[in-house]
Design a protein. Structure first.
Length: 405
């Protein structure tokens, strides 16, 4: 079993790296082409059908790029398709979800206090939600709402808010954030696989057959590409959110996730406006900062997190606290079956992240992590598998916050 655990850990590492590499490739090409498209300029003398051009310099050379809004008059001899970056990112991401969240459903996917279901049921809900998210999005984009970009975006955002809330009613906070990112990434990749690339293939087929391509296909593909552009930054945050328990493990986590989408849109609006040479909307950064402060406040309602205790508390102060005997009992009863030299929890063969919580000294040494992960948020125990109570969490918070007084 130990050998299998080591293999599985390395498998997770390999799939995670593959996901990072393919994600960088997809995001990089997506951001580049959006910036290129916004920076195009028209001039007299452009070839027939050319919408605009741009000169760029990079790596010691100059590049002269022209864009055809529909298609050139003839099929180019060499044509590069940008699609595998998207496909590989989604496939590696789904593989990573299977390795971490499906294989470890009892720890990372299911929270018995939220929805008491078996692992197969939870996994089925997860997979079905990804497909349902795409179907709802695609139907909205094909509905009469699509006649107004603003109205469509408002309705889509309302759907995002509902999904953010809905996932917190199904899974752990950690898994809820991850799934909100996954369903958004599924929409983005499906846009490429089911809309953008098929439309481009129709245009290419028309060129080969000597027919004039229908500009409608290019317009639809561009709209979906624009959606992908604005969704990228929120997806990045949600995929990395497992490192931030105060975001996913607190009472208003679904509101926090919803606000993250607005922050991402604001930041992309800044860069898109700059790339289009239409101004310098620095107000977007101020608005994003204000929303981030709101997120910080929401993560600690009703009491704002102050960080470290008021005085520089050494480990002895934590141990000397009147709360410590009860804290020690709580940690040993709820945490140390995993965070031990020899973990006793089934399927755990090494203490997660090397954190050992077996003695007074090691518990005091990790006081801040205990406070953030289990006191001020519900990130730990994962899925609350050891049934830590609200009173015990309040005790952990009071212990840390009172140590410097």
């Amino acid at each position: 079993m130990t050998d299998f655990a080591i293999f599985w850990d390395w498998l997770s590492f390999a799939v995670r790296w593959l996901h990072v590499i393919t994600g960088i490739a997809w995001i990089g090409s997506s951001f580049y082409f959006v910036a290129l498209d916004l920076g195009l300029r028209q001039r007299p003398g452009l070839p027939k059908g050319a919408h605009g051009e741009e000169w760029q310099v990079h790596g010691g050379g100059f590049y002269h790029i022209q864009k055809y809004l529909v298609a050139p008059a003839e099929m180019p001899e060499h044509l590069t398709w940008f699609k595998w970056e998207s496909y590989a990112t989604w496939m590696s991401g789904f593989a990573l979800m299977a390795v971490v969240y499906y294989a470890g459903a009892d720890l990372f996917l299911i929270d018995r206090d939220v929805l008491d279901v078996s692992a197969p049921v939870a996994i089925g809900i997860s997979i079905a939600s990804l497909g349902l998210g795409w179907v709802v999005y695609d139907l909205l984009c094909k509905s009469p709402l699509a006649k107004s970009d603003t109205l469509l975006m408002l309705v889509l955002y309302a759907v995002v808010v509902f999904m953010a809330w809905g996932y917190t009613q199904l899974f752990t906070g950690r898994a809820a954030f991850l799934h909100l990112g996954a369903v958004t990434a599924t929409i983005m990749s499906a846009n490429v696989f089911l809309v953008i690339i098929p439309n481009q293939k129709i245009v290419v087929a028309d060129l080969i057959a000597g027919r004039k391509p229908d500009p409608r296909y290019g317009k639809i593909a561009k709209t979906r590409s624009l959606h992908n552009n604005y969704l990228t930054l929120p997806v990045l945050f949600l995929m990395l959110s497992n490192h931030y328990p105060l975001a996913f493990g607190t009472q208003f986590n679904w509101v926090i996730a919803s606000l993250v989408f607005i922050i991402g849109v604001l930041i992309r609006h800044f860069f898109n406006t700059r790339h289009a040479r239409k101004g310098n909307p620095t107000w977007t950064w101020l608005a994003a900062a204000v929303l981030f402060i709101v997120i910080m406040w929401l993560s600690t309602v009703p009491k704002i997190l102050t960080g470290e205790p008021k005085q520089a508390a050494a480990s002895e102060i934590f141990v000397a606290s009147t709360h410590f005997p009860a804290v020690r009992d709580t940690v040993l009863g709820r945490c140390s079956m995993c965070h031990a030299t020899e973990p006793s929890y089934e399927g755990i063969y090494q203490a997660p992240k090397g954190v050992i919580l077996e003695t007074d000294a090691t518990i005091a040494e990790h006081a801040r992590e205990i406070y953030l992960q289990a006191g001020r948020s519900h990130a730990m125990p994962p899925g609350n598998v050891t049934a830590m109570t609200i009173e015990e969490r309040a005790l952990l918070a009071a212990w840390f916050e009172g140590a410097g007084e």
